[in-house]
Design a protein around this ligand. Structure first.
Ligand SMILES: NC(=O)c1ccc[n+]([C@@H]2O[C@H](COP(=O)([O-])OP(=O)(O)OC[C@H]3O[C@@H](n4cnc5c(N)ncnc54)[C@H](OP(=O)(O)O)[C@@H]3O)[C@@H](O)[C@H]2O)c1
Length: 247
């Protein structure tokens, strides 16, 4: 399986390419400039020589021809980039990892893009693709430290359960990562916005955090068809405050 990364020359895309290559996937680092892509690929191969056969460079259209395509551009160009290559992406699983954030002084604040999230905006731009939101919370530095596992959950959401499954299978192979099916693409709003909280914690505690959730045993996707937990009330029965939040 070949995985293409649009905007794969940045810290996040290049680290993801190296990490995915380290678990056996052929990764094509895409860029608006094939030369920049060559430069980044050369740097990665200089560091991780054994990945030479699995890392390729290309322009963005070359990366968009892959079986699965990740959009790793800044958030405000994710949807336009997807739209530019819509004809090459049709029918494919397209991963959106962008977070719409702004730094105001020492604070990170989430922005609300059109349709509530970058991922939803991308899905609207390429309606014939199966957009999956994933990888938002993995810090590029840890992603690129191939010698160390990444101790993190990876929240994945999509309107296409099969597409979620495809990405979960990939995440499962990344040492230390646990894929969690976080439901439909509408949840990308919360997932993306939560990144601002994580970055804020990084600043406060002078570290790089990654999320791990407690209370989930086994693979939640395997229990999906099982009966709902006995203490889970249907939404209509959950007492709510007047503003609609659960009491
Ligand atoms: N950095 C992290 O730790 C991290 C972690 C998780 C998720 N993310 C998300 O992943 C995405 C990439 O992060 P990053 O830090 O790698 O970003 P970045 O360095 O700002 O941008 C990545 C690449 O996008 C391309 N690009 C820049 N402006 C563009 C435009 N207007 N149109 C099309 N392509 C453009 C550039 O590649 P070319 O010039 O070669 O085309 C650039 O190298 C972001 O949306 C971010 O929110 C980041």
């Amino acid at each position: 399986m070949r995985i293409g990364i649009l905007g794969g020359t940045g810290p996040a895309g290049s680290a993801l390419a190296a990490r995915l290559a380290s678990i056996g996937y052929t990764c094509v680092i895409g860029s608006r400039s094939k030369y920049r892509s060559m430069e980044i690929r050369d740097k990665l191969v200089a560091k991780w020589g054994d990945l030479a056969d699995l890392l390729e460079c290309a322009d963005n259209p070359g990366a968009a021809e892959c079986d699965i395509v990740v959009i790793a551009t800044p958030w405000d160009s994710a949807a336009t980039t997807a739209q530019e290559f819509a004809h090459l992406l049709e029918g494919k699983v397209v991963v959106s990892m962008a977070n719409a954030l702004v730094r105001v002084g020492h604070e990170f604040q989430p922005l609300v893009p059109p349709r509530g999230s970058v991922a939803a905006h991308v899905q609207a731009a390429v309606p014939k693709c199966r957009v999956v939101a994933a990888f938002h919370h993995l810090p590029a530095t840890e992603l690129g430290h191939l010698g160390s596992p990444i101790d993190s959950d990876v929240l994945i959401c999509s309107d296409d359960p099969e597409a979620t499954e495809v990405i979960a299978e990939i995440v499962k192979k990344i040492p230390g990562c646990r894929p969690l099916d976080a439901g439909e693409l509408s949840n990308a709003t919360a997932i993306e916005a939560f990144t601002a909280v994580l970055l804020q914690l990084n600043v406060r505690y002078k570290t790089r955090v990654a999320p791990k959730l407690t209370g989930i045993r086994g693979d939640p996707r395997e229990t999906k068809s099982a009966a709902a937990p006995v203490d889970a009330a249907p939404v209509s029965e959950i007492p709510q405050h007047r503003d609609g939040s659960p009491s």
